[in-house]
Ligand binder design. Structure first.
Ligand code: GYE
Length: 353
């Protein structure tokens, strides 16, 4: 208890002094983790890792110590996702060790191995920055008896290396965005579309692109520009400005997330164009910023990707700790929102993010 108090005070001083990343603030049982701090390596018994205290007959949320590897803090969706894990852990009395990967893949892999070595941790939750290269780390986690759950982003690894994936069908999201763009460009002679892509290598960026192209091909859409803007407003704006300098022969812009589409909208307005009218705009996430732009008529459609995944993740983790088999995919619930929906204002007011 005295050690915990000292650690908490120390972290608070550090946070106050050095402007630590804003992504993890100490709240009960939520500890900021850095890979440098190497924990003592335990004798990992076969099966589930032995926490400091003995293994309970029946696991409850109070026994759960979750090592969570977040991608970083790249916008509204990510902030809502991080808050979902912190707030739900607090509600359920789960100990959450939060690792902010700050967009750095090698740091995320180090953080993952940090949690494998941490004897207290019995569940590792991963939002993978990139889809490939996780087999070895997953094998090590399995050997150490850790339950591994993927949230938000899929990875290219054999399903028996993790308990389950909880998140959206990104290909389906891409199809929905494509179908909406087809509807918006219906009857138009030219259907040139620019695509603002998420971070290269992520399943979200790869799969949304696949789904969008599937639908685009059905209605004669030409994707004449496609490049990463790393999920960011600024890069979305800069890329659109650069493309506008080359040509204005574009009828639609697809932002693989709200932030990049909002950046494109700013660029269109500064170029004297009318986003949502002259050029149709479609995005994915449906965060508060997207609703604002839809209510202003500048964004035509946002395909929802629900960030509030923590309750499903913790529920699945508890089942896994108690030896229950889980389906390999637990889908999140999503919808599609359009600027011409009559009750859009009401919906926007009720949204938690
Ligand atoms: O669309 C984007 C975030 O993985 C679903 O990552 C997530 C994506 C989301 O940066 O806004």
């Amino acid at each position: 208890m005295k050690k915990l108090l000292l650690t908490t005070i120390l972290i608070l001083i550090l946070l106050a002094g050095c402007g630590a990343p804003p992504d993890c603030i100490c709240q009960c049982d939520c500890q900021q983790v850095t890979p440098e701090a190497t924990p003592a390596t335990p004798e990992a018994a076969p099966g589930i890792s032995q926490p400091a205290h003995s293994t309970p007959e029946v696991w409850t949320y109070k026994h759960m110590v979750v090592g969570f590897l977040q991608t970083g803090s790249e916008g509204g969706w990510r902030a809502a996702n991080s808050a979902s894990f912190r707030d739900t852990a607090e509600e359920l009395g789960i100990t959450l060790k939060f690792y902010d990967s700050t967009g750095d893949l090698s740091g995320q892999e180090r953080g993952f191995r940090h949690f494998i070595a941490d004897e207290e941790v019995n569940v590792i939750v991963l939002a993978a920055l990139e889809a490939t290269g996780w087999e070895d780390a997953l094998l090590e986690a399995k050997a150490a008896g850790k339950i591994v759950i993927l949230e938000d982003r899929r990875i290219d690894a054999s399903e028996d290396l993790y308990a389950t994936f909880i998140g959206a069908d990104f290909i389906e999201e891409g199809r929905r965005a494509g179908a909406e763009m087809c509807r918006l460009l219906e009857g138009m002679e030219r259907k040139n579309v620019w695509e603002l892509v998420g971070n290269v290598g992520s399943s979200a960026a790869r799969d949304r692109g696949v789904g969008f192209r599937e639908k685009a091909a059905e209605c004669g859409i030409e994707i004449i520009r496609s490049q990463t803007a790393n999920w960011s407003v600024m890069e979305g704006k800069q890329l659109t400005q650069a493309w506008l300098e080359e040509s204005r022969d574009v009828q639609g812009i697809f932002g693989q997330n709200d932030e990049m589409a909002l950046g494109a909208i700013e660029a269109l307005k500064e170029a004297g164009l009318n986003p949502g009218v002259d050029i149709k705009t479609v995005s994915v996430d449906a965060t508060a910023g997207a609703f604002e732009a839809m209510l202003a008529g500048e964004l035509n459609v946002s395909v929802e990707c629900n960030p509030l995944l923590a309750p499903q993740v913790y529920e699945a983790a508890l089942k896994a700790l108690n030896g229950e088999d889980l389906p390999k995919w637990i889908p999140s619930m999503d919808a599609v929102f359009r600027s011409d929906m009559p009750n859009l204002q009401e919906i926007a007011e009720d949204r938690p993010y």
